[in-house]
Write a new protein. Sequence first.
Length: 323
Amino acid sequence: MRAIVVTQYGGPEVLGVATLPDPTPGPGEVVARPSAIGVNFKDIHEREGRAKPSPPFTPGSEGAGTVTAVGKGVTSLVPGDRIAWCAAPGSYAEQVVVPARAAVPLPVDVTDETAAALLLQGLTAHYLTTSTHPAREGDTALVHAAAGGVGRLLTQLLTRQGVRVVATASTPEKAAAARGLGAWQTLVTAGGADIAARVREMTGGRGVDVVYDGVGRDTFEAGLASLRPRGTFVLFGESSGAVPGFDPRLLASHGSLFLTRPTLNDHATDPSELLFRSSELFGWLSDGAIDVSVGGRYALEEAARAHRDLAGRRSMGKLLLKP
């Protein structure tokens, strides 16, 4: 099979195409042939050496496709079943080994492409708005990168619960997209905009109840300064880089703030929880409460271009590889 292989850490140019042996499933595993593979900032961090694994490796962890083989002990899936996944290392390939416990069966009305574009970001938006800081009608939330994969879903889920969303975006076009998703106010961050000052102005000096930040280093300080006293800062990603170390007393000086760093791994590891969250997501999709945007489709061998576009924020919505 063909696969993307990273033999050394570096820029997008290290994403090379190689021919590897076809995989076989071990106990509790299945092999799937993906028709759509998700591209994520985590993949960039792995390629750059900011996260495991060590070279050589095939990046990626999410996708959707058809089961071709099942391993010993797997009774919930059979060849021919359509599944999606977001926890299968080595997904930039024509065949992927997926733990059966991490495989989500797809409803007949959800395409592989939609599932690959939705599952990881959708599950993240789900737990952030239902478990980490449950959405409450009348609250005000600051959502960074609101036209991106998680941001656009957060904006939709929060708005449908009666939360006023202040959305940040890097361009006027992306800000307009956020307004189309229901954002109450938008901020274009290009040009050194003073996010905190504008948020205070929009909220009559009060600040927001919660900040959802998947950007990290570039927006962390502004997010703290945008919160009301005893507000909650939800840091769920670091697309711009890791937040530098800081004195926890900073949370006190900004008004006894709460800071949390949740991960999907702690909210969807149990198969029953994974199926519960994914079932709700697919239900909201069918009801029209949320929609999915594919920002770009690339052949497998174009993985480097996909990484450049994602890192350069030249897209809106989810980027997919099509093997």
